[in-house]
Design a protein around this ligand. Sequence first.
Ligand SMILES: [Zn+2]
Length: 335
Amino acid sequence: MPVEFKDYYKTLGVPRTASHDDIRKAFRTLARQYHPDVAKDKKRAEEKFKEINEAYEVLGDAEKREKYDQLGADWKDGGSRPPPGASGEAFRTHAWRSGTGAENFEFGGTGFSDFFEQFFGGRRGGTVQPGTEKGQDVEGVIMVTLEEAMRGAIRPISVRRNAVCPDCHGSAVQGRRVCPTCGGDGQVSVSRDYKVKIPPGVRDGQRLRVSGQGEPGSAGGPPGDLYLRVRMASHPDFRVEGGDLYYDLDLAPWEAALGASVSVPTLSGPVSIKIPPATQIGQRLRVRGRGLPGRDSAQGDLYVVARVQMPKAIGEQEKGLWEQLARESHFNPRA
Ligand SMILES: [Zn+2]
């Protein structure tokens, strides 16, 4: 089956020439609008939120964006042919099949599109322990929002898998006719719904186990397990590293110079922090305990990273003040 091309620029509503900042801004606006916590139509918002995240994961990353741009229009007529620059490795991960060859698992509603998985990898098969009768483990991806990682959540997911056609047992024919159940594929698509518990304090890369939902065991052995690898969704305000959150705080030059008291968002509501005088660009201020909750590891912190924004236009009176500063200051940034 050819994989459908995804126009990530269209998803974010930006031109192909957009700067990194434009892309980030577009993502933030859309991610706020479609965040599953605030949207009225949750189901639709969740789909949309995932699409936006996927687009930003690619376009917000210089290396992935370059690779994506190289795909160009080739993709549209080439179908599933590897475009120049795409590694064979990325292709193999897409065409993953379980060890028996009889079944093929696909995950619906858990992670990224087939298109993304094909080019940026991530889907992987389970491992078989030789000599055991336990069914194979299966692995997928589940996208988790920061809010869910903060509070924990129960998330319904649906797992689609191809199973041997029950009517023709994979032979693709019934008598002398093409099997009407599977249309001659020998396989049918079966979808099952599960509820996955997302524990508070879950971390990016952590695997959640759904017991007994892997492949069936052989000779009466127990089934394998389904593992869902957590992929933390990009957040409009915060970056995540382990359990710590990072927030970029924009300051006026005089706020950085003189110090200020400003309000910053956290996952549990805004807090007021003190910016010390002579704050440097890139300087981090730690807000203890306002990261993700601890599980095995310690409670995370929030780091506020100072940035300075220059006014784009200055009025006559302001200009006079900057001129006075320029005359009287002994500061030489190039000394
Ligand atoms: Zn059939």
